[in-house]
Design a binder for this molecule. Structure first.
Ligand SMILES: Cc1ncc(COP(=O)(O)OP(=O)(O)O)c(N)n1
Ligand SMILES: Cc1ncsc1CCOP(=O)(O)O
Ligand SMILES: [Mg+2]
Length: 769
């Protein structure tokens, strides 16, 4: 919050004081007026209006309507908290009337209230919510995670948590309500769902104790009003408020001493957490401001360059205009916009630029003007992009001073370093995939792009022919974002296209289904370390605990098949993995459950390390389990990674040399239909593996590293391959990169334990100190 935002609160008598305190703690202030004779005057001197219908009566609703209409006229944001909207006919009617007269920016409600607001129109929604809802229809709301004061005394016993809707239903509910009232909905519950009808954000975390506090929902509504009172887009404001509130609840929960303190202390800690968070943010903001002042430079962060939309009217469909399309794109999540209209006159660029600038400013997205520093200045844009045949960067800086962003183009490392030296704030590199928008371009090789990213300190964006499909080929190049013309402007469904582009930047998630190695060198421990080092988010479903160390295995305790399945359910129903690595599964029953679950969830990119025979030749799983593995899991795998003894069992052939390896791998591919990476190991060669995918047969050569500590190399290799596949890398490159990672880990020469020790999965790098 930059300035002290005043929120006009028409509030709930039960929570009036809490609302005032929360606004003060968050750095704003509350002004409370309710009489019809003064509400409009007070609305006008505040920056936001909060309509909490609280304990409604005719006069209160009339005042809410007057204040809401006045705020609408003045363009001030209005937050509506329709307390207990479905609890009585009177409430339903009065809140309905209010919504006919006032356009809210945000409706902050719980799921019951959301349904009640939709109910008049669509009775079916209630049926979808199930019988539990019917039990309380027309009565009070449940605990509802936001503890609204009015109803905290009349909860209908025993139905609280069973009233929570499944997330998907909650999402649909929020989207429908947002569409119906053309506003943002901030719907609290087990998880908070924020939607403006197009965008949806789900927020989790917090602390269950918050629902035992009177008025926590009212306080959140006040935070929503405060956030949008400073001009923040209502969707962002609601999401920020809900995130802040859950964060504060978590902090409060952590600081309450459960033995000594009760719910009263929790409430105080909640306020403490809020004020401390705001203090910290204020401190950080001042630091950034003073840094910006010192540098006197407009700063563009790598995040702001993530999805950079570059205009070209030629891609617009009938009925579309640059303004409507840019508005849709930035609302959907585009992070930067460039006005690039090669055939427009100066006057047209200035007038179009001013309109786009307004839209971009509203959504806090920088507008950059192509080629012309002079026009960027006239428009008041955030910056300019100049190429090699335009005005040079130094000259542009002279003209614009230190406050404008300047982007430069580069096609090789030398040009990139020159642009950086000349004072560019970011670099655009292309055309990475050719282009139908710009004809006079040469294609920039991926290797050159990697070298540029490595060489410069400033952010780099790739440009040219980038689509939601081919963007994954840019994974691992080091770019900070992509600049896109036709891929966005010619898209039919633009919000969906933005979502697809942004998804490419999301952190990828990988699941390991394997056994634990308490000594940390192999099994799920090695898998998780490998995933972290390879930049993906690791998750694990533990199939067995082993007591082992570098000298051997001392004990095994399997989980039950039911529990094995339960873990996989927990993972897939919340954080869907982009790839799965399967390691040691010791019984046929567990293998069966794993196969069924992976089929049920249609898991992708399954890499299976068939831990059947140790490198020394010992069988590690029972015969029936081996059959289940072959019959049930191999057909689901994209790749299996046997060592030589395992490949001998699978192919039924002896493997004595490289040629035997090739024919054994081909036989396995033929029989089981999945790709095979046959690991050379010390019996044939130390570092070369044979990859056979059916279409392609290739030796993947690696560097031989003298290191006796090889505990967990198989787990590490397969996890690294799964991580690469999750990032969208093709199979051959995924294997090649995984082998390089393994080589580096071996080269660290970690030497722990009495036997064959583990590797250093961090490659000796400490990422936080
Ligand atoms: C982000 C971004 N990168 C590169 C370019 C290309 O600029 P330039 O080489 O000057 O070519 P034109 O766009 O002027 O045709 C760009 N515009 N944006
Ligand atoms: C301006 C520019 N510079 C290199 S390629 C290009 C055009 C990119 O357009 P598209 O994304 O439609 O290929
Ligand atoms: Mg140019």
């Amino acid at each position: 919050m930059e300035k002290n935002v005043k929120v006009h609160c028409l509030t709930n008598p039960v929570t009036m004081q809490s609302v005032a305190n929360v606004l003060l703690a968050a750095g704003g202030s509350a002004v409370m007026a309710q009489d019809e004779q003064e509400v409009e005057e007070i609305t006008a001197i505040c920056q936001a209006t909060l309509l909490n219908t609280g304990v409604p009566d005719e006069r209160k609703i009339r005042s809410c309507i007057l204040a809401g209409k006045c705020a609408n006229r003045l363009g001030h944001p209005v937050v509506l908290d329709p307390v207990g909207a479905g609890a009585s006919k009177f409430r339903r009617k009065k809140i309905g009337q209010l919504l006919q007269s006032v356009v809210p920016s945000i409706i902050r409600c719980n799921q019951e209230e959301a349904s009640a607001l939709l109910r008049a129109e669509d009775e079916k929604e209630f049926l979808v919510l199930g019988t539990e809802r019917q039990k309380i229809e027309g009565t009070a709301e449940s605990c509802q995670q936001d503890g609204d004061a009015v109803f905290s005394g009349i909860q209908s016993g025993g139905v609280e948590s069973s009233l929570e809707l499944e997330l998907e239903k909650a999402r649909r509910l929020a989207v429908r309500l947002a569409k119906k009232y053309r506003c943002t909905v901030c719907m609290t519950g087990e998880q908070d769902v924020i939607s403006d009808g197009e965008r949806v954000k789900v927020i989790s975390g917090g602390d269950g104790r918050i629902c035992r506090i009177t008025g926590s929902g009212c306080m959140l509504s006040a935070l929503c009003a405060l956030k949008c009172g400073d001009g923040t887009d209502s969707f962002e404001a609601a999401a920020e408020a809900a995130e802040t509130w859950r964060h504060c609840a978590e902090r409060a929960g952590e600081t309450v001493d459960e033995k000594e303190e009760g719910i009263g202390s929790f409430q105080i800690r909640l306020l403490d957490a809020l004020s401390l968070k705001m203090e910290m943010e204020r401190g950080r903001r001042m630091e950034v401001q003073s840094r910006m002042k010192q540098n006197k430079k407009r700063y563009i962060s790598p995040e702001q360059l993530r999805l950079y939309a570059v205009t070209d009217r030629k891609w617009l469909a009938e009925g579309e205009t640059l303004e409507t399309v840019v508005e849709t794109l930035v609302r959907s999540g585009v992070t930067c916009v460039q006005l690039r209209e090669k055939h427009a006159s100066d006057e047209e660029i200035i007038s179009e630029g001013k309109k786009l600038n307004e839209i971009c400013r509203k959504h806090h997205v920088p507008l950059i003007v192509n080629d012309r520093p002079d026009l960027a200045k006239k428009i008041g844009a955030a910056g300019v992009h100049v190429g090699l045949s335009d005005m040079g960067i130094e000259k542009a800086r002279e003209l614009l001073g230190e406050d404008f962003i300047i982007g430069g183009s580069a096609h090789n490392v030398k040009e990139a370093l020159q642009a950086q030296k000349a004072g560019a704030d970011y670099i655009g590199c292309g055309a990475v995939f050719g282009s139908q928008t710009k004809s006079d371009v040469t294609t920039l090789a991926k290797e050159e792009l990697c070298a540029i990213c490595e060489a410069v300190e400033i952010p780099v964006v790739a440009i040219g022919g980038i689509t939601a499909e081919n963007i994954k080929e840019l994974t691992g190049t080091g770019i900070d974002g992509v600049a896109v013309v036709s891929g966005l402007f010619a898209a039919k469904d633009k919000p969906e296209m933005v979502r697809r582009f942004l998804k490419a930047f999301e952190m990828k998630k990988v699941l390991t289904i394997a056994g634990s190695d308490c000594s940390g060198g192999a099994g799920i421990q090695a898998d998780l370390k490998t995933m972290a080092a390879n930049g993906v988010y690791g998750m694990s479903a533990v199939m067995a605990l082993t007591a082992q160390n570098t000298t051997g295995v001392q004990g095994i305790m399997e989980v039950t098949p039911e529990f094995a399945g339960q873990q996989i359910d927990s993972i897939f129903t919340d954080i869907r993995p982009d790839a799965v690595k399967i390691g040691m599964l010791s019984s046929g029953e567990i293998i069966h459950v794993v196969a069924e679950k992976l089929k049920e969830y249609q898991a992708e990119h399954i890499v299976l390390d068939p831990v059947m025979v140790s490198t020394s030749g010992h069988r590690l799983i029972q015969k029936d389990a081996e059959q289940s593995l072959k019959k049930e899991l191999f057909p689901l795998a994209e790749l299996i990674t046997p060592n030589i003894p395992e490949a001998e069992v699978l192919s039924g052939r002896k493997i004595k040399n490289a040629q035997d390896m090739e024919s054994a791998a081909e036989k396995i591919v033929e029989e089981y239909g999945c790709a095979v990476l046959l690991k050379g190991g010390h019996r044939i060669n130390d570092a070369n593996d044979f990859l056979c995918t059916g279409e392609k047969k290739v030796w993947i050569c690696g560097e031989r590293v003298e290191n006796p500590n090889t505990h967990g190399t198989g787990c590490t290799l397969s996890s690294a391959i799964a991580s690469n596949l999750a990032k969208g890398v093709g199979m051959e490159e995924a294997v090649q990169k995984a082998k390089e990672y393994l080589t580096e880990a071996l080269k660290e020469q970690l030497d722990l334990g009495a036997g064959s020790g583990p590797m250093d999965h961090t490659l000796g790098k400490i990422i936080f100190e």
